[in-house]
Design a protein around this ligand. Sequence first.
Ligand code: 6GU
Length: 246
Amino acid sequence: MQFEVLTLFPEIFSGYLTQSLLHKAIQKGLVSVRLHNLRDWAEGRHQQVDDRPYGGGPGMVLMVEPVIKAVEAVQALSVPIGAETEGRAVLPPAEVILLTPSGERLNQRMVEELAVLPRMLLLCGRYEGFDQRVMDLLRPREVSIGDYVLNGGEVAAMVLIDSLVRMVPGVLGDEQSSIEDSFSRGNRMLEYPQYSRPREFRGLSVPEVLLGGNHSEIARWRQEQSLERTRERRRDLLDSERLASD
Ligand code: 6GU
């Protein structure tokens, strides 16, 4: 799974990309993330990438020209990272995904859908968004991570990458599985509570059932806990109408 990320702030990604799970996935060649600075496609002495909106109003708009040039240049990169010297493998064109609060809201169904794509180009916006002609020309998939406003698409891009790499076989250890994740296909329940040592802490004890070693009893208890939590916190997940449409 290959990500090309177009951003004005590539340095925001560095800590995230070197964290253990993702770093290992990158080392193993299962995932690659290539950062591109939009500023590299800006013109003129000031390397301008944003401008005031026609019609007035607050903020600045990301200019159409540098974005389109950058996307064309990234799409033209046909050699995957790590194979530059071999120079044979050709990359498929990347699916263009634009991170914006006006996009379709990300959920696990969308994650599963996107997880089949071999290569994605993530466009991170800043300021008051992109010139509409970026969307008109590129027809990207516009994705939002939720109903709140971030300062830019970078954090949202990391959220998207993080949710997608979990779906790549071999990225999670054997002991973990994305299939059992909450919200994955066939699991619309919140996770049950977990406990580890010590058995008692400040008067709070681990539920007796977890200490007994009766696996079917434990499984039943966990299922009940999941259901109870989901009822209390996320009744919408249990709604069968949504089950059919999502
Ligand atoms: Cl993708 N971008 C920004 N700027 N804000 C958001 C978002 C994206 N998703 C939710 N809020």
